[in-house]
Design a protein. Structure first.
Length: 440
């Protein structure tokens, strides 16, 4: 890497979700780090859980790159966080070409767009279970679908036997696609999951041992030298800046119930000189009384509703702060600011009561997708009338939302969605997780 450029990289993607991208990603990050490389991880698309696993595997913060929600300046400023690394490894989301139907700030949100924007070749992870030479037809279709996208090679996953591997390799040879590795089928490598995907990194009982196992597995079954040699890029570093902080002293909830904050936001806040004051609601800690703003991220309050309802110090601290200064909650944080949360078993738990929101995890409905919100009133760091871009991902259902709506919210295609957020006094909340302000 030369001064003023982003190091070369690769993106780990696949034809679909559930093919083994995360196993490959974590094992590759750790193996390269063990070889002495400074490895910068990224995640293509909105995700709150994978970047924490990436950090555990590589020792460096992982950042989301998103062509739908980010303009070129923010995209480049986030990519520039790779300064000082030797190689970038990004994990794709869903299938390689999957995105939304309506163009956003700089694209449709696909992993292929991220790869092309960065000049990164793609490692295609293929689940070859139940097929052999036919897997090459899938791989060849992906290689030819977009002539501007470079496929570095494939990693065959869930290979059943040496004979299965040999037949599958024959197909790849015929298609002219390099095989960078073949991973035998192993049921013990799967990470535990729950309703929003993987469990959080902080909850894994022995994460470092698991990641070390992935690295050893990849060393045995992939060509690390070929993978390193395939990395390309070297883009000029961007001159743009990360989003500014919404206040100078920010009390930020951080524990297993509240952990979903995009890393580029936190880095932008710190870079601008803001002080982040972490506290744990689950440990019944109140926000720092000197904070200018309390920020409650999303997470899993529905799994800890009883503990939160009994956290008197935390709840009284919130209520005291709200008398004079702003509080904002995103998704799970929004739910905790409401009147009540009904858990999976149907038990009602009183929350902070700073908003009238009542949500139910017993009545489950999947809410997923990009969001564009035009604020009806200001929230910390953003004026009334500002347009924000974010992403919503939760299963909870609104039973009551009596307060005034915070914004007019639409999905990626511009269709209105009913989760408008709400506000009361100094308190605001949204179900979407903020990614960036929309200058358009």
């Amino acid at each position: 890497m030369t001064e003023g450029t982003i190091p070369p990289g690769l993106i780990v993607s696949a034809p679909a979700s559930g093919t083994g991208k995360t196993t490959v990603m974590l094992g590759l990050l750790r193996a390269l780090a063990e070889d002495g490389l400074r490895v910068q991880p990224f995640k293509s698309g909105p995700d709150y859980i994978d970047p924490a696993f990436h950090r555990a595997a590589s020792g460096r913060a992982s950042y989301n790159l998103d062509t739908w929600a980010m303009d070129g300046a923010l995209f480049g400023a986030i990519a520039a966080q790779a300064a000082g690394a030797d190689i970038c490894i990004a994990e794709g989301s869903m299938g390689l070409f999957d995105g939304v139907a309506t163009r956003g700030r700089s694209g449709f949100g696909s992993s292929a767009e991220t790869a092309k924007a960065m000049g990164w070749p793609v490692i295609l992870v293929l689940d070859v279970g139940g097929q052999a030479q036919s897997a090459a037809a899938t791989a060849l279709g992906f290689a030819q679908y977009d002539p501007d996208l470079r496929i570095a090679g494939v990693i065959l996953n869930r290979v059943a036997s040496p004979r299965h591997e040999r037949l599958t390799r024959l197909g790849m040879d015929r298609a002219g696609l390099p095989v960078l590795g073949a991973l035998p089928r192993r049921g013990d490598l799967a990470l535990p999951e729950r309703h929003l995907g993987l469990i959080q990194a902080v909850e894994h009982p022995d994460l470092d041992t698991a990641i070390a196992g992935y690295a050893a597995f990849l060393r045995e079954n992939v060509d690390l030298a070929a993978i390193k040699a395939a990395a390309l890029g070297g883009q000029p570093a961007a001159a743009g800046s990360l989003p500014p902080p919404p206040a100078q002293r920010i009390a930020l909830a951080q524990d297993a119930a509240f952990s979903f904050t995009y890393p580029h936001l936190l880095e932008g806040w710190r870079a601008a000189g803001a002080e982040i004051l972490p506290f744990s609601p689950l440990a019944d800690e109140a926000p720092d009384p000197s904070a200018d703003l309390v920020w409650l991220p999303g997470g899993y309050p529905e799994l800890h509703a009883g503990t939160l309802a009994a956290a008197g110090t935390f709840l009284s601290g919130l209520r005291h702060h709200a008398q004079t200064r702003p509080i904002h909650g995103e998704c799970g944080g929004y739910m905790a600011l409401g009147a009540a949360l009904i858990d999976k078993a149907g038990h009602r738990h009183a929350m902070a009561g700073l908003l009238g929101l009542v949500t139910s995890y017993e009545t489950r409905k999947f809410h997923l997708g990009y969001r564009r919100a035009v604020l009806s009133r200001a929230l910390p760091g953003h004026a009334a009338g500002a347009a924000l871009r974010g992403h919503e991902f939760h299963y909870s259902t609104i039973l009551d939302q009596p307060d005034a709506p915070l914004a007019r919210v639409a999905d990626a295609d511009g269709n209105p969605v009913p989760e408008t957020g709400s506000h009361r006094g100094n308190v605001t909340g949204t179900f979407f997780h903020l990614i960036a302000e929309d200058a358009a």
